[in-house]
Each structure stands twice: as C-alpha cells, then as structure tokens.
Design a protein around this ligand. Structure first.
Ligand code: ARG
Ligand code: GLU
Length: 717
C-alpha cells in the first residue's frame, strides 16, 4: 500500500485505532458475518460458525434474541419462554405493579409459580425472522440525477410495498430501514409476542445498586436484571393476553455457562444498538460539544437537583419520581461523559484531518471533484444554521414540552380545531386521565421544576430566539415576575390539580369549556410554545434533509476512498453483532481498571446513609456465610465484568456470549470514559459493562429462593 494511503487509513482508523492494535470496533450485520468478521472472530476465540449465529434456514442464536419493550434487548434462557433483560429495562413494568403496600421496586418480586406471573398490558417482544438486502429493489432506476423529492417518494412507495409483500399471508410484521445514510436498504421481518409477564425482579438495592451515582461507571456492582416470560396461544403463536395462554416454546434458547470470562477471552454482544453516528462531520461534532451538550447538561443539572431533594425527603415521592429521575439522569450523565471523551480524543481535529484528506482525494479526480468537492463547505454552512435552531429545539423540549402541566394540556391540544362531537368523544376517553397523570406527580416538586425550567428558558433564549409567548406572559402580563406567574399557574390552571382537571373533564360542554380552556394560562403557554416550535421545525427540517443528503454523499465518498476498509453501518436499532474481549483499561494515567467486581466490593460500598448504597440484609448474610453455591469462582462471587464490545443504548439486556455460544452475562452499560463511542470509538477506553450471569443466578437461587427458575435453564458447567 502506498505510504500516503496508509497514513490516511490510519487517520481514519483513528476514528478507531493505530492499525497495529486491531480495533474490534463496530456493530456488524449478522447477515454478513462470514464475509467481514468470522476470520477475526475465530482468531479471538469464537468456536461457532456464522450459520450458528444467524441463519434463516436453521435454528440459530438469533432466534433467542429479541427487542424487549421497544427500546431494549432481551434473550431467552429456557424452553418455556423465560427471558432475561435488565432491571432498568423492566423498570416501568416493575414500577407499574408497585404500590406502597406491594413495593416491588424496593422489595423485589418473585413469582413462585407460573400462576403468580404478572401480565403487562402494552409490553411486547419482537423476534427477527429474517433480514434481506433490498438495496437494488429500493434504488432501482434512482441515480445521482434523480431529484431528492422524487427519490424520497419512490423510496417510500417501494419500501412500503416490500414490507407488505414480505408479510402477505403470515402473522409477521416487516419494515425496511435505510443504512449508510440511505446508500443501502434492508428488510426486516419480525414475529411479535404481546403477552409478556413479569416473573422476577431483585429489589432496587440490587437491581439498581449504585443508582445514578455509579451509573455509566466502572467499577460497578449493579445486579441489573429482571425476568419475564413470553406466553403464546394454544398453537404457540403470538396472542393477546389471555389467562389461557401457554408459555411460549421457542426455537432456541441460550445455554448458560458458569465459567465466566477471563481477560483476553472472546465475547460477543448480540442485540439491538439504537443509534450511533460514526460518520459525522467535524462541524456536527463541534456543535454537539460546543453548544448542544453543555446546554442540555446545565438544564438537567437544575432539574435533577430539584427531583433529588424531593426524593430524599419522602419515600412516597421516591416511588413517584423513580422512573422519571432515572430517565433524566441517564442521558445527562451520558452527555457529560461523551463530551469529555470527544475532547480527550481531540475528535474535532481528527475529523478535520480526515476531511482535509477527503477533499484532497476528491480534488485528484474530476468526477469526484464534481460529486464531493463542495461537500464540506456545504456541511459547514448547514451546521452554522442548524446549531442555534437545534439549541432552540432542545430548549423547547427540555424546558417546555417536558413540563408536566404542558403534557396534560397537550391532551386538549386539538380541541380548538375539531367538531363538538369529536370533542365529546375525546373527553369521554379522558375519564381516567387525571388519576393516571397525577399518580406520579408531587405538586410542590412539580412547581419547583416548572419554575426552574421556565427561568432557564427565559434567560438563555433571548432576542428572536425567545418564544413570543414567554415574552407576552412573563414580561408583559406578569411584569417580569416569574414567581407570580408560576404561582398563578399552580393556583388556578386546570392542568395543575387533579380535582380541577377531573371537574373540567366531567363537566365539559363544547363551546363553553373551550373558552375556559383557551383562557387557561397553561393552555396558552402550551399553544404559544407549540407554535414557536412549529416555526423552528419549519426552518430546521429542510436543513436536516440537506444534512441527510450530505451524509449520504459523504459516507459514499468515504467508502470509495477506502475501498479495502470494512465499514459498518451506524446503529439504527436493528440486530447487530459486536465482538471483542474481556479487557482491562486505563481510565487515567497510572490507573488500571481490572475486568471484574465482586460481592466483597458491594459490602465495601455498603452505607445505610446513602440510598444508592444500602445493601439488603439478606445479601449481607449470604456474603457472611459465603453461601454462593456453584455460582462462585475461586471462593469469590463475581458481580460484573467489562469487555471491549462496541455497544450503545438499546444494547441493554443484550446477551453477552462466550466463544462456545453460551451466555455468560447480560450487557447493561458502558464505562464513562468511553461513552463517546457513539461518535468515535477508542479501543483503549471503550468498554461495555456486563452483569455476570452467575450473580443473577445466585440472586435468583440463593437470595430469592426461586431456584425453580434456575431448574428451567440449561446450565453447562
Ligand atoms: N446507563 C445505562 C443505560 O443507558 C443504565 C441506565 C439505568 N440506570 C440508571 N441508574 N439510571 O441505559
Ligand atoms: N444502559 C444502556 C441501554 O439501556 C446501555 C448502555 C449504553 O448506552 O451502552 O441500552
């Protein structure tokens, strides 16, 4: 290879690594393992064939992997439909079954027989039946000359048709997803099960041990798992919930190994990574670390401080805000880690170097010059416009849209535009809404949040960026007195009190009530902010469409520029394989992080004063008596381990598999130093965090006394 190209390759590789260390970066399509990955995976210790991992004709591991609840991954671990995923993935269901009397969040839940398993309306799991490259069919006759709008219309029509054809005469569902920025298209056919019951969950003091203090961090001691069971109709096919449904008998479930992983051992994560953006331009990365992340982080700092204080002071509020808080804190901490990691990697400069060589490469050939010569300038202009608009959108979402009173007002958003008949229909459907909505709201806390968010919105979006309605309400009508405005909202609005909202719904009379609605302060705020957002959206949509087109060209160009490099597509919540090894890392100069944690470490963190570190009594006893059964190794009870698999959000709950195809753990997080891997992977710093399956089995068997569940599984010693 020519010297120059080598240099450029290593540059691009430094999106991954120096060439020599073989960065096992990437989230690969199971369809192409044989072509791109098997050689390297075998070298690392994989004993399976590609067919054993993904096959359409034979039962393969893919038949045991599922999308859980639309945002996580789960995997089957028995021939009776038993599945394991994360505690934080089942959190919403566990919370929904919890009350102060039966507080499963705090105490855990274990079904001691199938009859005790709890149904979860709305929860479903999706198995991949097959995937297919349909690029040719989708893009037939479309070329570089095809106008964008026509291209889009054709693609929409063809993908819909392909999905329809793929499911005709079956009970399957199908969709087509763009890859590589729209340069390729793949069809996915799925089987969806809708009766999924809660089987077991450890107390949060195990399943969320370390809470948001330890979230995204290593060393970690979280027993982040929960168990569910899929039920099917008498024909073993998907069915709506019925007490007569039977446990689903799957084509495949994971055998479980009790030997764990040692440093250097092969690991593979098979699941559904949600979204990554490896091919962003330097302009995008600059916008993220210079503008978007700092603002989003500051807004959530304020939100979290208020929620945190309220939860600390009242156990009832703790339950109400548990899920909300976890959601707010999770992305907040991720953004912090991501920004730090990108800065540490000098990501913008690296992207700029790559862009410079891309430009040079383009210039060397007239065809390429015509296609790609202006690309970077266009990127620059697009992101210049995009940055303040995206920031305005972020303020709208974080400081406006997510406010609870606005969420309630949104239920009535279209009332001014629909007929009286339709209004009455909608009102009827809202009978239970006040109870549902206010169930998880503590009004004094909510008022504090609303106040803080509106203040940030008002302060930080100035001039033309400030929504007119904020100017009107706060500045003009309330003379700049934000406190008075917020007090008034919580004293009078229909949307800040369950009784007022219930009465409004019960006594709804079309034209009269509509007038009341339109005078309501919260409703006015809601309508004003929505209008503001519509304007932003109208401006940002064409810019984003333009950026999408540029991305398509840029990715195409990069693949042309590096014909020998295997590119992996950005994550898009389709099934992927990531492979790597159990591996240490150095988070800071002079510090080495080992690959696993133990129950001893949990005891060392024990602190009854700190909510996140309260170790359950029973766990202390088991630790004391060293009653670890066959789940221990060298006398130690291992809890979590780290490896170099490239993962992201959505991979939560994914099976972590050893070289023989046995389950050794359940993926649930990444180490903080490596959270920039959604944008730039660093083999030195990026580690996924896995719950050691033996700790889960120990908790199920020894802690919960639910050994009958372990009996169902296929344990290989
Ligand atoms: N960071 C993990 C993920 O992104 C776990 C989140 C749940 N845990 C928490 N403490 N909020 O989903
Ligand atoms: N906890 C994440 C999830 O829910 C996985 C962590 C990550 O982003 O890698 O999918």
């Amino acid at each position: 290879m020519k010297k120059k190209l080598l240099w450029m390759l290593s540059l691009f590789g430094l999106l991954s690594a120096p060439m020599a260390t073989r960065a096992d970066e990437g989230m690969w399509l199971p369809l192409f393992l044989e072509t791109y990955n098997m050689e390297r995976m075998r070298e690392l210790g994989l004993k399976l064939t590609a067919e054993e991992i993904y096959s359409v004709n034979h039962h393969s591991l893919k038949d045991a992997v599922m999308i859980f609840g639309g945002g996580c991954t789960g995997e089957l671990i028995s021939d009776q439909g038993l599945l394991i995923t994360n505690h934080h993935c089942g959190f919403g269901e566990i919370q929904a079954h919890s009350t102060l009397q039966h507080d499963y969040l705090t105490d855990g839940f274990w079904a001691m027989s199938k009859a005790e398993e709890l149904p979860n309306p709305g929860l479903s799991v999706q198995f991949l039946i097959r995937m297919e490259d349909v690029t040719q069919k989708v893009l037939e006759g479309i070329d570089l000359e095809t106008p964008e709008s026509q291209r889009e219309a054709l693609i929409e029509q063809r993908t819909a048709q392909l999905a329809r054809q793929a499911t005709e005469g079956t009970h399957y569902e199908a969709y087509v997803v763009p890859f590589f920025g729209g340069n390729e298209f793949y069809l996915f056919v799925e089987e969806v099960f809708r009766d999924v019951r809660l089987v077991g969950a450890p107390p949060s003091a195990i399943g969320k041990f370390g809470g948001d203090t330890d979230n995204w961090m290593w060393p970690r001691h979280t027993g982040d798992f929960s168990l569910f069971r899929i039920y099917a109709g008498p024909d073993n096919l998907p069915a709506d919930y019925s007490p007569n449904n039977q446990p689903y008998q799957p084509r495949k479930h994971f055998p479980i190994s009790l030997t764990g992983g040692q440093p250097g051992d092969f690991t593979m994560v098979f699941g559904y990574p949600g979204s990554t953006r490896q091919y962003l331009s330097s302009y995008a990365v600059q916008s993220i670390i210079g503008t978007q992340n700092p603002n989003r982080i500051a807004i959530r700092d304020a939100k979290l401080q208020i929620i945190g204080q309220a939860m600390e002071s009242d156990p009832g509020v703790r339950i109400q805000y548990a899920a909300k808080q976890a959601g707010v804190a999770n992305a907040w901490k991720k953004w912090i880690g991501e920004s730090r990691g990108l800065e540490r990697l000098d990501a913008v400069a690296k992207k700029q170097q790559l862009e410079a060589s891309f430009l040079e490469w383009a210039k060397a050939d007239p065809n390429r010059q015509a296609l790609y010569g202006n690309l970077l300038r266009q990127y620059r202009d697009a992101y210049e416009q995009w940055t303040p608009l995206e920031l305005a959108a972020n303020y709208f979402i974080e400081c406006g849209w997510q406010l609870e009173p606005l969420q309630a007002a949104h239920r009535f958003g279209e009332f001014g535009r629909i007929s009286e008949e339709e209004q009455l229909e909608k009102i009827e459907a809202l009978a239970n809404y006040p109870a549902d909505h206010f169930k998880n709201i503590h009004l004094p806390t909510d008022q504090r949040i609303t106040r803080a968010m509106l203040q940030l919105y008002f302060q930080n979006q100035t001039g033309a960026w400030r929504p007119a309605i904020l100017e009107q309400l706060i500045q003009t009508e309330f003379k700049g007195e934000l406190d008075k405005f917020v007090d008034e909202i919580y004293r009078k609005s229909i949307f800040t009190d369950p009784a007022r909202l219930a009465a409004f719904i019960q006594n709804y009379e079309p034209s009269k009530s509509l007038k009341v609605l339109q005078k309501d302060l919260v409703f006015r705020l809601y309508e004003g902010l929505i209008n503001h957002y519509r304007q932003i959206d109208a401006q940002i949509a064409p810019i984003e469409a333009d950026i999408a087109r540029l991305d398509r060209y840029y990715i195409r160009g990069l693949r042309e520029m590096f014909p020998d490099k295997n590119f992996y597509p950005d994550a898009n919540f389709t099934l992927r394989v990531a492979y790597g090894q159990v591996a240490t890392y150095e988070p800071a100069d002079g510090v080495v992080y080992q690959t696993y944690t133990t129950l001893d470490g949990i005891m060392a963190k024990d602190n009854p004063e700190i909510y996140d570190y309260r170790v359950p009594q029973r766990l202390k006893e088991l630790h004391q008596s060293k009653d670890f059964g066959r789940y221990a190794m060298d006398g130690e009870m291992r809890v979590c381990f780290i490896a170099s698999n490239h993962t992201t959000g959505g991979n939560s709950g994914s099976p972590v598999i050893d070289g023989n195809g046995n389950l050794i753990g359940v993926n649930f997080d990444r180490c903080w130093e490596g959270t920039m891997s959604d944008i730039m992977y660093d083999p030195e710093q990026c580690r996924n965090i896995t719950l050691d399956i033996r700790y889960a089995l120990f908790i199920i068997d020894k802690f919960a006394g639910a050994g009958h569940l372990v009996q169902e599984m296929s344990i290989v010693q």
